[in-house]
Ligand binder design. Sequence first.
Ligand SMILES: Cc1cc2nc3c(=O)[nH]c(=O)nc-3n(C[C@H](O)[C@H](O)[C@H](O)COP(=O)(O)OP(=O)(O)OC[C@H]3O[C@@H](n4cnc5c(N)ncnc54)[C@H](O)[C@@H]3O)c2cc1C
Length: 475
Amino acid sequence: MPRDAARATELACDYLCIGAGTSTLGFVDVVLSASKDKTFIIVDKHTAPGGHWTMAYPFVTLHQPAGSYGVNSEPLGKKFENGRELLDIDDLATGEEIVAYYRRVMDKFVATGRVRYFPKATYDFEVKTFVTQDGERCSVSYGKLVTPESNVTVPSMRPPLFEVAAGRAVVKPVNSLPNEEHEHYVVLGGGKTGADAVLHLLKRGVPLQRLKWVVPRDAWFNLREVYVANGSLLGSTLIILDSLLQNDSSLAAFLAMERMGLIGRLDEEIDPDVMKHAIVTTDELHLLRGVQTVRLGRVRAVASEHIELERGQLPLENDTLLVDCTATAFASTRGDYAIFNPGHIRLSSGGTSLPSHSSARIGHLEATFETDAEKNAMFYLPQSAPGTGYVFDRADFIEGLYAELKTSGTFSAHPPSAKFLQNSRTEVMSMVHMTVPMIKSMSPALHQLRKQAKAFITKVEEEGWDDVPAKILGF
Ligand SMILES: Cc1cc2nc3c(=O)[nH]c(=O)nc-3n(C[C@H](O)[C@H](O)[C@H](O)COP(=O)(O)OP(=O)(O)OC[C@H]3O[C@@H](n4cnc5c(N)ncnc54)[C@H](O)[C@@H]3O)c2cc1C
């Protein structure tokens, strides 16, 4: 027994679950509903459930419709028809709504009598104990350990990632932006958080000449109107598959997706080599394009009169706020690890990085199959370059889509798992998001999707693309 554990109160459960974020709660939800006697202990560092959402900036929202985010047993969306929770592109839950949602979910879990929740407690993997908010040290004897693998870090959780000297500028995390008034603003970070901060300042009426945006690496944005056209992702999935099937290079496929209005970029002269899965509207993209961008790489340091970047310097004006949006919203969309291991379940976000749905599927596999080998065989993970998350190059994108389609295939071929998908609100293609007229009108497109998915899988396995040959993919 580890040294400190000797004096600890002993607790016991079937599943010791680390974190009360989207990944862990999505898993608990399914296993809890599927069993009558399984017990859970959830240990989380924060004061409330919701993971990084409890530390998010005040104007944050989901990128995707709320209708499929969260856990399977509790709706988050606001648009319903005949009991169906529809995917509405205008229904993006705010950070506050998401935290209230997870509070509701946790209360429901705890009310079953089978879940114990320990907020404000950090599980120490070395000594295998945690200290409750009342100061009691606890050790847990458990059947399985469940860990999120996402390592999300948002700016409010840490100091700036670079040295800052006193001078013309101050650096603050994006969270403080609504309360700050300065002569000049420089937004640091080219992802969704950076885009949100720029749009927030523009909506506040900050003139363009007082605003700059440091974009270390150009990325493709998803454009919401086409991404969720007619309340479904079916159309956008078909655009992606058609573009990849009809083009011999992945770059040409991305340019085809751009022509179809599915994705867009800040500068049409620059071919972004990555996608960060940020979703904006076409109008927002036009607003973002008007802002003066600085493309000199990442910030190295802030000196008294300039910012030192990887490839040059940016002079600073007096009274400049540097808005830290350099979030590393890592999600383990790929890994060199198995999800199911003896005594340990590692919650990967799966091929297309939707943690709500991946965790629900992992919960279903845990509740349905006996052996780790059977469970792992149902869930494909991209394998080629483990460890990174929301920044996808085009090869990552193809691998992620391949893994996702293969996983959908294994689920569809196993009737109880196919039924699970059809009834899951976290599955964007599920029938629970479609009205009867929608299902009828989409039937030819669904048929087309199955055909295209099969052709895409063959292309990945046998041919590849000029710039993403089959042999560099991790399968
Ligand atoms: C601004 C922003 C917008 C986003 N929008 C979307 C979106 O629209 N759709 C989407 O699908 N995804 C979105 N994401 C991605 C998002 O990261 C995931 O949806 C999801 O919230 C990640 O959940 P998680 O449980 O994996 O991680 P977290 O939310 O980070 O939760 C993990 C929890 O585990 C706790 N923990 C870790 N180690 C320990 C320990 N040793 N002891 C105790 N507790 C521990 C952490 O403190 C944390 O509370 C967004 C991310 C950001 C940053």
